[in-house]
Design a protein around this ligand. Structure first.
Ligand SMILES: NC(=O)c1ccc[n+]([C@@H]2O[C@H](COP(=O)([O-])OP(=O)(O)OC[C@H]3O[C@@H](n4cnc5c(N)ncnc54)[C@H](OP(=O)(O)O)[C@@H]3O)[C@@H](O)[C@H]2O)c1
Length: 229
């Protein structure tokens, strides 16, 4: 761990709450601020708004002044509304691509079907940014992958890039990186009360296996934390 990668813990959070921030917070920041350059008045669809990344991304996108639509299951509709989502699509009842259109950005954290259907939500020039794959060549290059791996990732993302082009949109994959400066900005937003962590359950270190099994159900809300001591 490099000292440039860390930041002081937000004063108003417990250690468990603070532990839930880094991965989800930096991912949301790097998708919405760094990659999408999300601006006031733009429209963003955040898939799985009740998940770890989603709960953070909704609040950040609202702070940036965007109009936020999100997908979630029936049981979590009230949660995502409480985080500021303007339009909530219950994926058990509706398909986002049938209800939404003219969006500037989609943050995808779900599977291939959702990824491809999300293109229909975007306006021409819109950005489809996925954190759940497939990886693309720029990611391979940034990652220092060799020529062969770059070609593998080019092939893995060929289909979705071609489909995005047909929709006059762009596709990119993002894998978060540690960044102390961004974490410090996130800390100040948390201390100002702009963003609050959503913590589902805290497991003891001895119960790590149960924690992982719980996450694998795909039903957790916000973050799950393992307490080491
Ligand atoms: N590339 C990166 O740097 C990076 C960083 C972080 C995470 N990730 C990846 O991003 C993905 C999401 O991670 P996460 O931790 O945010 O997810 P998560 O917390 O595990 O997501 C769980 C949530 O997803 C919702 N959900 C499940 N199926 C859904 C569907 N079809 N439509 C809408 N919502 C649905 C669930 O709500 P219901 O119970 O209501 O269904 C639940 O609240 C994972 O694949 C993870 O590996 C990548």
């Amino acid at each position: 761990m490099n000292e440039a990668d860390v930041a002081l813990k937000p004063k108003n959070l417990t250690m468990e709450e603070a532990a839930s921030i880094q991965l989800a917070g930096l991912t949301a920041w790097q998708v919405l601020v760094e990659r999408a350059h999300l601006k006031k008045g733009q429209k963003v669809l955040i898939h799985a708004g009740s998940g770890g990344v989603g709960t953070f991304a909704i609040q950040l996108a609202k702070h940036l002044g965007a109009m936020v639509a999100t997908t979630t299951g029936t049981a979590n509709v009230d949660l995502v509304k409480s985080l500021g989502a303007d339009i909530v699509i219950d994926y058990k009842k509706d398909d986002s691509e049938k209800v939404l259109n003219g969006y500037d950005v989609v943050l995808n954290s779900l599977g291939k079907d959702t990824l491809e259907r999300s293109l229909r939500v975007l306006k021409p020039g819109g950005k489809l940014i996925s954190i759940s794959g497939p990886p693309d060549t720029d990611f391979a290059k940034d990652n220092g992958s060799n020529w062969f791996l770059q070609q593998v990732m080019r092939l893995l993302s060929f289909g979705i890039r071609r489909k995005a082009k047909r929709h006059r949109a762009s596709y990119s994959f993002l894998f978060m990186r540690a960044n102390g400066e961004q974490l410090r900005t996130i800390t100040s937003l948390i201390e100002l009360g702009v963003i609050r962590p959503v913590l589902d359950r805290v497991f003891s270190f001895e119960a790590t296996k149960e924690a992982l099994a719980y996450i694998e159900t795909g039903r957790s809300k916000g973050k799950v934390v393992v307490k080491v001591r």
